[in-house]
Design a protein around this ligand. Structure first.
Ligand code: SF4
Ligand code: SF4
Length: 332
């Protein structure tokens, strides 16, 4: 175990843990693969031992950035009334974690839901798992949008509640790793990474290759094992600002930041921005009716920034290639 500024990291038995040059992250150079065949084992927790388990397992929310689960759960009191929301989606739904949980971890999932109700007896647990009509489409995995859509809250209220001690939000990937720690004894040292391929015509394969990688592991093996046509890579999804890099410089797996890689055969065309043609596609596809069109027209005050959830959809749909995302960043 390596410890730095109060943060602990568990290294695999056959790896070496070090700090990156900027002292921001731990990295583990691994020699060979580290896997486990741990079986489900029921274990009871009280609030204190649950927080200890989160701490020992280095668990963090994978829905809300930079939030260790121990700190997140500590905001809530066992005697308080608040709402717990269990979402079957992850932010960009790079993999179907609900299905993984319900097929191979069902006992652990049932134990965890019952643990939540026993630790927080006054909390209202709103569980959106196992609802067949609930289908993922972006941006359903963004927590504030999920609450807006499923609880019919205004976006601003959803944003405020997420920052308060009135709602504990757990998405499916976060729950997956909680179950692994609590009932399989596995700390958060491994995470799934989905690898998407985009050919030179811009077509993306719909079935990503899936890896379960150790924090700090070198990512060089990914391009080495794929067709050499894929020369450009990005850790960002099509809905985010893509920062392309050479496929040979992927570096090391950062468990708190990396969940997917898209490999391109050809550099995604940096689209030249044309003038706005007033087609209103941006407004039509905006899921929260934030009115991005007015922002492009220079009427900043008519863009409802409080409703914007940074989903990136307006930029993806703009036929003129206008980087609306960047304009939004300038005003929020
Ligand atoms: S303005 Fe754009 S980024 Fe904001 S919510 Fe609407 S579509 Fe998403
Ligand atoms: S989608 Fe693009 S071109 Fe169309 S109205 Fe919006 S900003 Fe203008």
């Amino acid at each position: 175990m390596l410890s730095h500024n109060g943060t602990k990291v568990l290294a695999p038995v056959n790896g070496v843990a070090t700090l990156t040059a900027d002292q921001k992250y731990f990295q583990i150079k691994q020699d060979g693969s580290w896997s486990t065949s741990a079986e489900y084992r029921f274990q009871n927790y009280d609030f204190s031992s649950l927080l200890d388990a989160f701490d020992e397992g280095a668990l963090a929310s994978l829905d809300i950035r930079d939030l260790p689960l121990k700190d997140y759960f500590s905001r809530f009191k066992t005697s308080s009334s608040f709402r717990v929301v269990l979402s079957p989606f992850s932010r960009y739904q790079h993999l179907d974690f609900e299905e993984m949980i319900l097929t191979s971890m069902k006992d652990a999932y049932v134990s965890f839901v019952s643990l939540l109700t026993s630790i927080f007896p006054k909390a209202e647990v709103t569980n959106f798992f196992e609802i067949p009509t609930l289908k993922f489409e972006h941006p359903n995995g963004i927590p504030e949008y999920f609450l807006h859509k499923q609880l019919q809250w205004g976006v601003l209220k959803a944003k405020k509640e997420l920052r308060s001690d009135q709602i504990l939000f757990l998405g499916a990937e976060t729950i997956y790793h909680i179950l692994r720690k609590l009932y399989y004894g596995e700390p958060f040292t491994k995470r799934h990474l989905a690898v998407f391929l985009v050919d030179r015509k811009g077509r993306m394969d719909l079935e990503p290759r899936q890896f379960f990688l150790t924090n700090g592991q070198s990512l060089a093996f990914i391009p080495a094992n794929l067709d050499k046509r894929y020369k450009i890579a990005s850790f960002d999804t099509v809905y985010e600002a893509i920062k392309p890099m050479d496929v040979t410089s992927l570096g090391y797996f950062n468990i708190y930041e990396h969940y997917s890689i898209t490999l391109y055969e050809k550099l995604p065309a940096v689209r030249k921005e044309f003038s706005c043609i007033d087609c209103l596609e941006c407004n039509q596809y905006c899921p929260t009716h934030a009115n991005p069109f007015q922002l492009i027209k220079g009427k900043t005050e008519d863009f409802d920034k409080d409703k914007c959830i940074n989903c990136g959809i307006c930029t993806v749909y703009c036929p003129s290639g206008i980087d609306i995302r960047k304009r939004i960043e300038e005003v929020v």
